[in-house]
Design a binder for this molecule. Structure first.
Ligand SMILES: [Zn+2]
Length: 210
């Protein structure tokens, strides 16, 4: 597969992206000019989703291949940002499709007999239908919180180590290779698999807590 090289996204671009995305609050119409300028400079949008121009309620993912494929239909990035409609709105406006009926295939043989074969041809999804499916799957995924700050833990603090080890072994690598007494968490660890047993493999002493 051909490798696609994207324009480098430096710290300045990242800061601009966050600023524009925050200002819009999920609505690109609020600061459309900034969105357009950002796209022209970086070839991507400041957010992974854009708001529906029709219902102004539903956001749709618009990045990567989907963006590349959808953009030409709107002629320009302004067109895409101001005219794109979510799948629900598109469906509501589209004429009702005729339901597909399976028609058995008739095969006329040379000897004059006719056999009917059930038509088992696969139905393929259009690219739009594939994007709709992806959107539905994305809606079920847990949300990523960019403002989440990692909680600092102190390995020398008993309470911290208890908190860390009460549900899982923190160093399964040491547990498996050398045994718990060689682990820096050993003293305060409350993990269910904790054991005093040493394994055969000798550990480098640097692993152990001083
Ligand atoms: Zn809509």
């Amino acid at each position: 597969m051909k490798k696609v090289y994207r324009k480098k996204f430096d710290a300045k671009a990242k800061a601009a992206k966050v600023k524009i995305a925050k200002k819009s609050g999920g609505d690109q119409f609020k600061n459309l000019k900034e969105w357009v300028a950002f796209y022209k400079e970086h070839e991507r949008l400041p957010s992974t989703k854009i708001l529906c121009s029709s219902c102004k309620k539903k956001a749709t993912s618009m990045f990567g291949d989907n963006l590349k494929r959808t953009l030409p239909r709107f002629g320009s990035i302004e067109g895409l940002l101001t005219k794109f409609e979510c799948s629900d709105c598109r469906k509501a406006k589209a004429p009702v499709k005729e339901k597909k009926v399976k028609v058995p295939k008739r095969i006329n043989s040379e000897d004059g007999s006719i056999t009917e074969k059930s038509n088992s041809a696969k139905e393929y999804l259009t690219l739009d239908e594939i994007e709709d499916r992806k959107e539905k799957v994305r809606a079920t995924l847990p949300k990523f919180n960019p403002d989440f700050k990692p909680i600092p833990y102190d390995i020398n603090n008993e309470d911290d180590v208890i908190e860390l080890t009460k549900t899982a072994c923190q160093r399964p690598d040491i547990f498996l290779d050398y045994g718990c007494p060689e682990c820096p968490f050993y003293q305060y660890c409350v993990c269910a698999v904790k054991s005093d047993k040493l394994r055969n493999k000798k550990s480098p002493n640097s692993l152990r807590r001083k």
